[in-house]
Write a protein that binds this ligand. Structure first.
Ligand code: SAM
Length: 282
């Protein structure tokens, strides 16, 4: 990109560049990058086409654009992303929280609201998106969050403090291994992409493999969690698992092996694809 200084000119040039690489929604992407580089709202960018960028602003913008063109996802460039109405700090150490996971939070909250002082755990917390959302929306719940990745836990703790939820208990652990007591709700969005499928998804290569790779059939961690949860779920407890949309039947079968006595169902996301498995002890 040439070194243009007027906002309108720069935006036009950025649009052209982004269209050439077939970026999704170039108009919005250019606005987001400009807004981030200038630290101004998008509306301000739109209203000040004549504004001349300083050398420093120009430099920052070129740096963001370069990263984007190299394939760095927007949330990592911005360093934050919105999930369930809150702005989470993100680094490449954690998965970018997805909109479909908001469904898991929504359904988990429906259960939590009917429980008295429930003990809740988010397994594989990443940025803390699920744990922080559950804690913020249900003050009576005692919330635990686990991740095997220490760098991820550092970001999750930062988010918990930033978003006013310092009471969450963060633990570095392999799933539920160290826990002895019973949980009333176990929520997990574990890595669920089959290893071979992951190799064919270049769009996901910027995110931690540890957050995505579900092993040969995508169910490695889910199976282990289900096995562990048998002795760690309370009498009327609930498990909510996010799953890969093509693994609905296999996931349901896995839950039948571990919890044959419980109510089990598959719940679709907004696009109609299998997305959540719910297990309820009766
Ligand atoms: C798909 S990401 C989900 C992150 C976050 N819960 C979300 O929904 O955005 C899965 C997370 O599980 C963690 N993880 C992977 N293996 C684990 C294990 N054995 N025990 C605990 N956490 C694990 C990864 O580090 C990663 O943060």
């Amino acid at each position: 990109m040439r070194n243009l200084t007027n906002l309108d000119q720069i935006r036009g040039e950025m649009l052209e560049t982004l269209r050439q690489v077939e970026a999704e929604d170039p108009a919005n992407t250019s606005l987001i990058l400009l807004s981030h580089a200038l630290n101004r709202p998008k509306a301000w960018i739109l209203a000040h086409g004549e504004y001349a960028l300083s050398t420093e602003e120009n430099h920052t913008l070129q740096n963001y654009l370069k990263q984007f063109l190299q394939g760095v996802p927007l949330p990592y460039i911005l360093g934050h992303w919105s999930f369930y109405g809150r702005e989470f700090t993100l680094t490449p150490d954690v998965l970018i929280p997805r909109p479909e996971t908001e469904l898991l939070v929504e359904l988990a909250l429906d259960h939590i609201k009917q429980m008295e002082n429930p003990k809740v755990i988010d397994v594989g917390t990443g940025s803390g998106a699920i744990a922080v959302s559950l804690a913020a929306e249900s003050p009576a719940a005692r919330v635990f969050a686990v991740d095997i990745s220490l760098p991820a836990l550092t970001i999750a703790k930062l988010n918990a403090h930033k978003l006013g939820q310092p009471r969450i208990n963060f633990v570095q652990a392999d799933l539920l291994a160290p826990f002895q007591g019973l949980f009333d709700l176990i929520a997990a969005n574990l890595p669920y992409i089959p290893s071979r499928t992951l190799e064919q998804l270049p769009a996901l290569q910027s995110e931690p493999r540890l957050a995505l790779d579900g092993g040969e059939d995508g169910l490695n961690l889910i199976n282990t969690l289900l096995e562990q949860a048998r002795t760690r779920l309370s009498a009327k407890g609930v498990i909510m698992l996010e799953i890969e949309s093509t693994l609905g039947e296999e996931s349901l079968f896995a839950t039948q092996q571990a919890f044959p006595e419980a109510e089990r169902r598959l719940i679709p996301d907004l696009t109609g694809r299998d997305r959540i498995v719910e297990i309820r002890r009766r």
